[in-house]
Design a protein around this ligand. Structure first.
Ligand code: SF4
Ligand code: SF4
Length: 479
């Protein structure tokens, strides 16, 4: 068996099954050791993160007082690094053609009941205009893996189309890409196309479970999939987004695997993942989550979010509309920094005209059922009511603050001075261009209150001037 080596570029060496099992055994054996738990929490309070062993141990503790402290610390760390801004995004499904056999996804190649659809560039235009009219500025594009239907050229054309569209005051300013593991050469092309984050969920880190859940197609190769972030880094993409699909295998194993992956990226490339996503298995066409098998209950799920927040304080954490408004509210408090809103998880789900003209019901092509079905405007209003600043900021990557540059600013606590004014200015744009009068007035009061809390006087004054400019019709200011 391979030795554990965190800086190896071989999947089985940097995600080491033996080491994960050893870690889980240690965590189990120490689950009642409250002194150790307090020690780990104290380390977390230094805001420097935790090792995967410490995180796994903390997650095992059933003591109510320690659990309360885990949530409190998650909240404290979130407030320290991210303030009260919540970054907004939407997924855009380009194509559900797929040659892979993932047993938990309705797009798997063997599913003959789901209608297949790939958007033309004209249809992408319609989708993007619909998204811009909602107020979105940041998208995550999604496509199945299909060499004939969805080659890299199709993805690149689609990115170009998305960036080129200007409708009223709308613009998509950051396109994140969630496509199958690919070659260094293709990652270079994505980098050149100006993508934000390259996102690829590992699904499960357990190789044995992975091979059972992915019986066919290129994705069935565990090493090819697991080493994708290394190839992306080699190609110069330094903002990568990790994630697992909770519910496929034991959540304990996944937590350690994901943190081991983050550790590997940090050690090898000097920069951990830009984001971590925490999806749970959802029902869909041909998919029954009960049959897939390792469902994570809500209380454990929240603990996972808080432990991750403490373990990787510099990594953004994303929660989609797979989760209910209630779960999203609770998780926003203890760690989540980015959420989607008004999402459609189907191909062509945003452009109504598409359905009428084509006689095509996009809902039939959904990848999973959405739990939070509110519109973006409703989600924004809800966030403002809770005192959060919904942010449509895309500044960092456009200012070249990616990878370790972004991380060092964040670690130095600098980013809070930059994020806050950017959040206020992009919220102002949203309030003027897309919000109801009621939301606008609540939002303006929040902006006024938060503006006064920007510590740097010069930044505060520039931000105030930019807000006035936005009132006059100008757009796209950033720090
Ligand atoms: Fe295809 Fe991705 Fe679905 Fe797997 S998860 S079947 S690769 S779309
Ligand atoms: Fe994100 Fe950078 Fe904007 Fe902050 S300034 S919200 S880190 S893009």
């Amino acid at each position: 068996m391979a030795e554990y080596n965190s800086t190896s570029t071989k999947a089985e060496e940097f995600i080491h099954d033996g080491k994960i099992r050893e870690t889980l055994a240690f965590a189990q054996a120490h689950k009642d050791d409250l002194d150790l738990m307090r020690e780990i929490l104290n380390k977390g309070r230094e805001y420097g993160g935790l090792s995967y062993t410490e995180a796994a141990t903390l997650l095992e503790c059933e003591d109510p007082e320690i659990i309360r402290q885990i949530f409190d610390l998650g909240k404290e760390i979130k407030e320290h690094f991210y303030g009260n801004r919540i970054v907004m995004f939407a997924p855009l499904y380009l194509s559900n053609y797929c040659v892979n056999g993932c047993v938990y996804c309705p797009y798997h190649g063997q599913n003959k009941t789901i209608p297949r659809k790939k958007l033309s560039q004209e249809e992408i235009r319609a989708e993007v205009i619909a998204l811009q009219d909602m107020g979105h500025k940041r998208l995550a594009i999604e496509a199945g893996e299909h060499p004939k239907e969805n080659p890299i050229e199709y993805i690149l054309d689609s990115i170009r189309t998305i960036y080129s569209i200007r409708h009223k005051n709308g613009a998509i300013r950051r396109v994140n890409v969630n496509i199958a593991a690919t070659t260094v050469e293709n990652y270079r092309k994505l980098k050149e196309a100006g993508i934000g984050t390259y996102i690829l969920f590992q699904e499960t880190y357990n190789k044995e479970a992975y091979e059972q859940l992915h019986p066919s197609g290129p994705k069935s190769d565990y090493a090819w999939h697991t080493e994708a972030m290394d190839r992306a880094m080699e190609a110069g993409i330094d903002d990568v987004g990790c994630g697992v699909l909770f519910g496929l295998d034991s959540y304990r194993y996944e937590l350690v695997g994901m943190l081991m992956h983050a550790h590997h990226l940090e050690k090898t490339y000097g920069c951990g993942p830009h984001t971590i996503s925490v999806p749970r298995v959802r029902p869909a066409d041909d998919i029954d989550p009960e049959a897939v098998g390792n469902g994570v209950p809500d209380d454990i799920f929240k603990r996972i979010v808080a432990v991750l927040r403490i373990a990787v304080p510099y990594t953004g954490m994303i929660m989609s509309t797979r989760e209910s408004a209630k779960t999203r509210r609770e998780c926003l408090e203890i760690g989540i920094t980015q959420i989607s809103g008004g999402s459609r998880t189907s191909v062509g789900g945003y452009g109504d005209e598409l359905d009428e003209e084509g006689g095509f019901d996009s809902e039939d092509t959904a990848q999973f059922d959405v739990e939070d079905r509110r519109t973006l405007a409703e989600v924004v209003d809800w966030l403002i009511d809770m005192g959060y600043v919904p942010s449509f900021c895309t500044a960092c990557y456009r200012e070249g603050r990616t990878g370790d540059r972004f991380m060092s600013l964040l670690k130095a606590g600098q980013i809070a001075n930059i994020c806050q004014p950017n959040a206020l200015m992009t919220l102002k744009e949203f309030l003027i261009d897309y919000a109801s009068e009621e939301t606008r007035s609540k939002g303006n009061a929040l902006i006024e209150e938060r503006l006064g809390m920007i510590p740097n006087e010069k930044v505060r004054e520039i931000c105030r001037r930019h807000l006035e400019e936005i009132e006059k019709g100008n757009r796209d200011f950033r720090f």
